[in-house]
Design a protein around this ligand. Structure first.
Ligand code: AMP
Length: 398
């Protein structure tokens, strides 16, 4: 079976077509600037690449264009869309309305639209628009919703609850949901495979460090805690997101800056994090370049990021009562040796013997071990593959 994986945002739509027999990506691409001028689809397939500079006023037109690319004479990989056995849609937030991968029905779509938009206003509305567009274009193809939050559903109450009035949790669902679940799930399973161990034997801290970053405690193959919260604003500071902050500061900042509470939350999402601290960029490549040139605020941003990440590693080792493995993944986790080194330095007391030389080796896209062979705690770099998890979940559901 071939599964089309769709990851849609408000103005973007990324896709991969995966052949589930081989688990190989046979085509992929992305639409940008949907609904705004200058829309473009960059599509790869059949060893070729094509750029479609075409008006995409909405997600329906974008999906139609993706299907055109998939069946294109040159870069196409299928003869007709009937060859697509199922579509898996990535959904960022589920609240407590969906606990696992769910088949799309009218009822399910209604719940997604009516209950979850306010939990992820930047992500879920775009995804729902894309699902409706897909249904219009491929009405007979089964579709699944695969949630970033599902892997975190195994967290115990003591980990996911905030210290607020319990009735307010019950009434409004204010609790920790986490994010990047498909990535944490994938790399934790890959780590167990790489180490030749049963996942049930392992206590792993998975560090998904990208433009959005989250850290999870995976005990016996199950998530028991994670750093992101009610929304993906929480945890370590990120590209432009502040990470954890005292809620009183929101009210204080609103007063001082003459902003509404909602505007302060937008500020905390878009203007803070390493971009806010450095005043230079949200991209770690720029920060590292800045630090090399002596920019102290770039150095501070990098230092804060590694410090905060390290604290989660230590906290989660304590929460699990031990640690066998630390995994680094995503854009920064896979590509930035200095961050990995700064996180792992000082963790010798936990049993980490870091291999600085292996850490600096070129990223060849494979799993790499960056702890010494006698290290009690293994440290691994594992390239994440969220799309493959979405495709597997979709195929398994069907
Ligand atoms: P992600 O959200 O996982 O795509 O990660 C994006 C972030 O990873 C970027 O903002 C960069 O800071 C970082 N990144 C990606 N590629 C590299 C690289 N080759 N070297 C250093 N940092 C990178």
């Amino acid at each position: 079976m071939k599964v089309l994986v769709i990851n849609a945002g408000s103005s973007s739509l990324k896709y991969q077509l995966i052949d589930m027999e081989t688990e190989k990506v046979i085509a992929k691409g992305g639409c940008e600037r949907i609904g705004i001028s200058g829309s473009v689809l960059k599509a790869k397939g059949n060893g070729g690449e094509r750029v479609y500079k075409q008006k995409m006023p909405n997600h329906k037109v974008a999906i139609e264009l993706v299907l055109e690319a998939l069946t294109d004479d040159e870069i196409g990989v299928i003869n007709s869309m009937d060859e697509i056995g199922a579509v898996g849609h990535r959904i960022v937030a589920s609240g407590e309305f969906f606990k696992k991968t769910t088949l799309v029905t009218d009822e399910v779509l209604k719940t997604l639209e009516e209950k979850t938009f306010e939990l992820a206003p930047l992500h879920n509305p775009g995804a729902a628009t894309a699902i409706r567009a897909c249904i219009e274009v491929m009405p007979k193809t089964p579709m699944a919703l695969v949630f970033d939050t599902s892997f975190h559903q195994t967290m115990p109450e003591k980990a996911y609850l905030y210290g607020i009035d319990y009735n307010d949790y019950k009434e409004y669902g204010v609790r920790k949901y986490g994010a990047h679940g498909t990535s944490h799930k994938f790399v934790a399973a890959e780590a167990a495979k790489y180490l030749g161990k049963n996942p049930e034997e392992l206590k792993i801290v998975t560090c998904h460090l990208g433009n959005g970053s989250s850290i999870s405690a995976v005990d016996g193959g199950k998530c028991v805690d994670t750093s992101m919260g009610f929304t993906p604003l929480a945890g370590v500071m990120m590209g432009t997101r502040s990470g954890d902050i005292d809620a009183s500061a929101v009210e204080f900042l609103a007063r001082k800056k003459g902003l509404s509470h909602a505007e302060v939350v937008t500020y905390l999402n878009k203007k803070c994090g390493v971009a806010g601290i450095s005043g230079v960029s949200s991209d770690f490549r720029d920060l590292i370049a800045g630090e090399k040139k002596g920019n102290e605020r770039c150095a501070l941003a990098l230092d804060m990021f590694a410090y905060q990440t390290k604290k989660f590693v230590g906290a989660y080792a304590a929460a699990m009562g031990g640690l066998d493995c630390i995994v680094f993944t995503a854009g920064i986790g896979e590509n930035t040796p200095t961050v990995r080194e700064d996180v792992c330095t000082g963790l010798e007391f936990l049993g980490v013997k870091f291999n600085a030389r292996a850490n600096k080796a070129k990223n060849d896209g494979s799993i790499r071990e960056i702890s010494k062979s006698n290290s009690k705690v293994k440290v691994l770099i594992i390239p994440t593959n969220e799309e493959l998890v979405i495709a597997r979940e979709t195929a398994a559901l069907l």
